[in-house]
Design a protein around this ligand. Sequence first.
Ligand SMILES: Nc1ncnc2c1ncn2[C@@H]1O[C@H](COP(=O)(O)OP(=O)(O)OP(=O)(O)O)[C@@H](O)[C@H]1O
Length: 343
Amino acid sequence: MDVTPESDSAGPTSAVGAAAITLDQVRKQYPDGTVAVGDLSLEVKAGELVVLIGPSGCGKSTVLRMINRLIEPTSGRILLGDEDVTRADPVQLRRRIGYVIQNVGLFPHQTISANVGTVPRLLGWSRSRIQSRAGELLDLVGLDPATFGPRYPHELSGGQRQRVGVARALAADPVVLLMDEPFSAVDPIARARLQEEFLRLQAEVRKTIVLVTHDLDEAVRLGDRIVVLSQGGRLEQYASPATLLGEPASAFVREFVGADRAIRRLAVTPITPDLLQPLPPGGDTPAGMPTVPIGSSLYDALAVLLTTNSDDARVTAEGGEPIGLLSRHRILSIDYPADPIGG
Ligand SMILES: Nc1ncnc2c1ncn2[C@@H]1O[C@H](COP(=O)(O)OP(=O)(O)OP(=O)(O)O)[C@@H](O)[C@H]1O
């Protein structure tokens, strides 16, 4: 992917790669005394996808908007790599930080290509370079540039517009992507597809991403790590999905992740060799026995067992050869270790 700014124009505002984000004792207090975020310290590693979740009004959006300085913190420091953003020029800063919001906010009277090219245009890229970058980005988010590039936003579905929002945020190759409820305005089916595509995209571009959501399933599906906040931007827990579900750090988190967390844990726990029983002598298994590859989630394995009404599944190695049996009983009787995936 082309990430170098044109030497004649872009200046220091384009950066390559992904940057770590550090919040150091960051606080936002409004004049009326409301503490939206209280002394929050967090580190997001370069290339990591961190999800902020918590009840309405707990300060999620405020945290996000302090990172790109749409909101000024009352105190504390926010670092992008080792640069203090509270000292950076806000306009230049925002050109290096992609920002995706619910309902996208595309410019209605501009074509999709022009919308995607917004930041490159502000950075003074040449027309031809903007065109080719817009095409590349539309491709990346699964929209054919020849079909969608010349259209206007109202000629797209909600899910397609959302993808354009992501393409636009990535256009100038930002070091950080901030996403505020990016998928919540689309229906559940389109949403699941967008989430899946988004994970594929992230595997390709490896940006540092902070994403706000109300939806715990989305958080578990997308997050490398999840931040749970309570009122006043108080940090309740910062952990991998598996740890969060398996080891809630407080009564608040336990309640927040809810009663169906056993199911969610299955979804984030892979099949590992220690869960398997040996194959029968000679390796023969009944023809109708379902097969699941090692590394699939226990949730997927259980779903296969239930839909085929089987007690056991044949588990195969990466090369496809059977290596053991996984029983329904074994899945349901798992005594979870403290953290099956790692903190
Ligand atoms: N100008 C203001 N003056 C006083 N309080 C404010 C102001 N703006 C926001 N707040 C408060 O800051 C808190 C955090 O708001 P924020 O939008 O960050 O919450 P959120 O977790 O993103 O909420 P939601 O999930 O509902 O979008 C809220 O309690 C809100 O009422």
